[in-house]
Design a protein around this ligand. Structure first.
Ligand code: GTP
Ligand code: MG
Ligand code: ZN
Length: 314
């Protein structure tokens, strides 16, 4: 048996990279079932697998190791099928844009809550800073960025095109496994190219991403890159993913959602009711914090929308 890292999945074929650096095309052993299985994909990029090498040079996967963590979503808020985007990651980088296209905070907050649920550190990268005026940038910094920083998330303004803000990002990701997620056209692939120019990933042309529903990147893939900084010489694993339009929450109970908002967490013991959902209950410390401006009103609004999604199926 050989062991390896799943670097790409396309239909029923999996690319697997062994520790010695050899790549194999593998299939999953017939009859293999994973976790009962409402997941559309039994194996995701980042999974560690063991496989038997066949005489034709391909492999048959016999075992998928338990996942340390993963990011899972529903394609739409109410769909039953769930999809694991990637497994065993050290950091989630949400790539967003303030312009062309604009990313909604509802989308960002769903991804952040999911990362919290699996204890995955997350950071926010606003790309295409070159499209903003200095005044726009200052305004974004004062509103959006400040609120996420207060909520404990690192926020970076970068331009993949001009290479600005990338040094700080390189420092934060060196030697780790990083998942890049965001809408189509925000520049995920462009950002990976800027971090590791040898990648030559396909980037959409200007008109491409404005045509709804078209993606430039079509499969998630892990790229081991020799990103070296003063602190780290270890290989860095960058995961590029296809753009996603919506991010539906999976397996989060309405009562626990506030635990996945870091700025709400310290207030929770102060709510009058232990099972407070911070929606209608009297004596709610979260609502009080929103009222006096200590918690952002739009983070709270997104929280309420998520509660609606989570209770819609009940
Ligand atoms: N002005 C500007 N344009 C950028 C920047 N980064 C990327 N773009 C452009 O944005 C478009 C989309 O870039 P991609 O890297 O293909 O976007 P993506 O997020 O990988 O998109 P999908 O693969 O469809 O999910 C391309 O036309 C890029 O040239 C940037 O920093 N500034
Ligand atoms: Mg792409
Ligand atoms: Zn409350």
């Amino acid at each position: 048996m050989e062991n390896g890292l799943v670097t790409r999945t396309t239909g029923s074929w999996y690319n697997v990279l062994t520790p010695s650096g050899k790549a194999f095309n593998c299939r999953l052993r017939g009859g293999y079932r994973l976790h009962g299985n409402k997941q559309t994909n039994p194996i995701a990029v980042g999974d560690l697998v063991s496989f038997a090498l066949q005489t034709d040079g391909t492999g048959v996967i016999h075992e998928v190791a338990d996942r340390r963590n993963y990011i899972v979503r529903r394609a739409t808020k109410l769909s039953k099928q769930t999809h694991v985007i990637a497994a065993n990651i050290d950091l989630l980088c949400i790539v967003a844009t303030l312009a062309s296209p604009r990313t909604s905070t509802g989308f960002i907050d769903r991804l952040l809550a999911t990362a919290e649920a699996y204890h995955i550190p997350a950071c926010l990268i606003f790309n295409k800073s070159d499209l903003l005026t200095q005044a726009d940038l200052r305004e974004a910094q004062a509103s959006m960025a400040a609120i996420y920083t207060t909520a404990s998330y690192p926020v970076l303004q970068v331009s993949a095109q001009q290479g600005t803000g990338l040094e700080q990002l390189s420092q934060a990701i060196a030697g780790r496994t990083i998942l890049f997620c965001g809408h189509s056209g925000v520049g995920k692939s462009a950002l990976l190219n800027a971090l590791a120019p040898s990648l030559h990933l396909r980037v959409g042309d200007i008109s491409h991403w404005s045509l709804k529903g078209t993606h430039t990147t079509t499969f998630a893939e892990i790229f081991p890159v020799p990103l070296r900084t003063a602190e780290s010489e270890a290989t860095t694993y960058l995961i590029d993913t296809p753009g996603i339009k919506e991010f539906g929450l999976v397996d989060i109970a309405p009562q626990e959602l506030s635990h996945f908002f870091p700025e709400m967490r310290p207030l929770l013991p102060q709510c009058r009711f232990a099972n407070c959902t911070h929606t209608h209950e009297p004596g709610c410390a979260v609502k009080e914090a929103v009222a006096n401006g200590k918690i952002s009103s739009w983070r709270y609004k997104n929280y309420l929308n998520m509660i609606d999604d989570l209770t819609a199926g009940e």
